[in-house]
Ligand binder design. Structure first.
Ligand code: HEC
Length: 149
């Protein structure tokens, strides 16, 4: 087996491993239930953010630069004016940003998108589950449509 891992690929992988470990820990504490591949955390956007996103985007959502991969700020981010923009990123990923299509429920994606838009920006209009359903219908055709995979 050929190993062609660069630092750029290892850094997100290490984070992903941490994430998986975190998920298992959360699962062990929680009562069984819910979809098999969904993260068993609450549907609160704040909790989803703190459990998953803040590892990369930081608690203040100002992003940061890790080993090779720059992480964009989500606070004061004009791209987030569009609900579709953040939902599509969460469904499909992009570059070093993992996709959460098969990890978070549509409800959790809607909640975290609402939280990030409202808490770190001033976009008050909530992202609904219906918004995620609509965009996921398009994403289903190519869920792995991402430049790193
Ligand atoms: C493993 C690290 C990692 C995690 C976890 C992560 N992100 Fe990201 N995110 C990134 C990186 C890296 C980018 C830049 C992607 C690129 O190369 O274009 C990014 C980009 C984004 C963007 C696009 C920003 C822009 O203006 O272009 C949004 C929105 C976003 N992330 C939201 C989230 C949310 C919400 C979560 C939690 C559900 C999350 N991310 C979890 C690493 C991460």
């Amino acid at each position: 087996m050929k190993l062609r891992l660069s630092l750029k690929t290892i850094a997100p992988m290490a984070l992903a491993a941490t994430l998986v470990a975190g998920t298992v820990a959360v699962r062990a504490q929680d009562a069984p239930g819910g979809g098999p591949n969904k993260v068993e955390i609450s549907n609160e956007g704040k909790e989803v953010y703190e459990t998953i996103c803040q590892a990369c985007h930081m608690a203040d959502a100002k992003g940061g630069g890790g080993a090779g991969a720059a992480i964009p700020a989500l606070a004061g981010n004009k791209n987030l004016a569009s609900k579709d923009f953040i939902v599509n990123i969460l469904l499909k990923g992009r570059g070093g940003m993992p996709w959460f299509y098969d990890m978070l429920s549509h409800k959790q994606i809607a909640a975290v998108a609402t939280y990030v838009r409202g808490h770190f920006n001033a976009y008050a209009e909530p992202v609904t589950e219906a918004d995620v359903d609509r965009l996921a219908a398009g994403a289903k055709a190519s869920p792995k449509d991402c430049s790193t995979c």
